[in-house]
Design a protein around this ligand. Structure first.
Ligand code: ARG
Length: 454
């Protein structure tokens, strides 16, 4: 009890305790403690015999945690105290030597950095899997046309491969953001002590290399209060969750009776308790809905951190629950998205019928005029008039007679009818990054190179 003569109020304990959620840090805490003990021995701060004792004790604690046999005691405020309490029960007073030259402040910052690095790597792996599924789907639907939309109005036809690869590149940018996040965990906080450094000449370089950090945090005050790497994880996760929600929203729309472009596998759908005919794309709907939950974690942590004076403040304990919730949500959503796409079925006919709408060729008709020297703005007006004329007559563009065509757009001739053959207006998009087959093939090659590089 030391400085205190009265016990803590149970209400205060309920507020202050973090063990109910931070036990999750235990594997990182133990890894860190093993490295710390080795460093203390190398620096002759504790003896070889102490190290052997601490190693034996920490391994025993690790085993209990791994096997779900670790028992939390009423006095265990947080994971650090719980592990040390159990260690000391197992090895006796030598357990108390572990906390030499270390504070819970640099300890918790180090645990959280290790955990964030671990999960940024997991997010990378899950993203790579999802991207591989998208690239594979693109390869298998290379020349399946569907309408591309703006304002959710049919705009220009594209190939399904091109559309799927659009999602691929978004996830690729997420991948980069998680790579940055790994980088932002690369400075070791351990060795900063409570805030000012410790009274021993510790070997922080050794600790950094033992724990996989690239360098030692240069300022102890910053190191114990830095949670930028958590913000970086949450920012990357938020953008990624938004991308997943856009993908989910599209799949919900596409699997509706109205679109009928795809059907998710039974394994990712549910029925209605009332209406026997229904098959609902719940997984896609939940991908759509989870994003705000992930961003809320980012906002919560900004809320906790803003206005905090240096250095450690108990407020920082509030970094964990939002982080853990975002990790669990994102990892689940990434896995579901990949598995759902692996088993989705697209309807070639329905997409082809929707993209056979000739009005989708309007831009190509305008460009026909441009190629004959008409300024684009003027061509846009001529084709607009042509579309209106066709709609007024209740006809498709190709159903207009040559007579009608010459009245509505005298500048057009037989080439107009040739152009309206579907396919020509997909293959006409020859610019780099466009939807023509050759450009999509190029794009798919780039996507595969990204995957091969990992
Ligand atoms: N449970 C605490 C946290 O998560 C550990 C650090 C406690 N440090 C302290 N000075 N009370 O932030």
């Amino acid at each position: 009890m030391g400085r205190f003569s009265d016990p803590q109020d149970p209400l205060f304990q309920a507020l202050n305790s973090s063990i109910s959620f931070d036990l999750r840090l235990a594997p990182f805490d133990i890894e860190q403690s093993l490295a710390h003990a080795r460093m203390l021995t190398r620096a002759s701060i504790i003896g070889e015999d102490d190290l052997a004792t601490l190693e034996r004790g920490l391994e025993a604690v690790r085993k209990e945690i791994d096997e779900d046999e670790f028992e939390i005691q009423p006095g265990d405020e947080d994971v650090h105290m719980a592990v040390e309490r159990r260690l000391t029960e197992i090895v006796g007073p030598a357990g108390g030597k572990l906390h030499t030259a270390r504070s819970r402040n640099d300890q918790v910052a180090t645990d959280v950095a290790l955990l964030v690095r671990w999960h940024a790597e997991s997010a990378r792996e899950l993203l790579l899997r999802l991207m591989a599924v998208l690239a594979d789907l693109a390869g298998r639907h290379a020349d399946w046309p569907l309408p591309g939309y703006t304002h959710l109005q049919r705009a220009q036809p594209v190939y399904l491969s091109h559309h799927l690869l659009a999602h691929f590149w978004r996830f690729r940018r997420d991948l980069r953001r998680f790579e940055f996040c790994v980088e932002s965990t690369s400075e070791l906080p351990l060795g900063s002590g409570a805030l000012a450094g410790v009274n021993f000449d510790t070997d922080r370089e050794f600790l950094a290399s033992e724990l996989g950090f690239e360098s030692v945090a240069p300022n102890s005050l910053d190191a114990v209060s830095n949670r930028d790497f958590v913000l970086d994880y949450l920012a990357a996760a938020s953008t990624c969750a938004t991308h997943l929600s856009q993908l989910g929203a599209e799949l919900v729309l596409w699997s509706s009776e109205e679109f009928g472009f795809c059907e998710v596998a039974d394994a990712f759908a549910s029925g209605s308790s009332l209406m026997p005919q229904k098959k609902n794309p719940d997984a896609a709907e939940l991908l759509r809905a989870k994003a705000p939950r992930v961003w809320s974690s980012l906002v919560r942590l900004h809320g906790v951190l803003h206005g905090l004076p240096l250095t450690y403040n108990k407020d920082l304990q509030e970094d964990k629950e939002p982080l853990f919730d975002a990790i669990d949500t994102l990892e689940l959503c990434l896995s579901v998205a990949a598995s759902m796409l692996e088993t989705i079925a697209f309807d070639r006919e329905r997409m082809a019928a929707a993209s056979a709408d000739e009005l989708l060729a309007a831009t190509d008709v305008a460009d026909l005029l441009v190629k004959r020297g008409m300024p684009f703005r003027e061509a846009h007006g001529v084709v607009g008039g042509l579309v209106r004329g066709a709609l007024d007559r209740g006809k498709a563009l190709s159903e207009l007679s040559e007579q009608e065509l010459s009245e509505l757009a005298p500048q057009l001739d037989g080439e107009f009818y040739d152009l309206l053959r579907q396919g020509a207006w997909l293959e006409s998009k020859v610019s780099e990054g466009g939807t023509s087959s050759a450009r999509v093939a190029e794009q798919l090659e780039r996507a595969r190179a990204v995957l091969a590089a990992g």
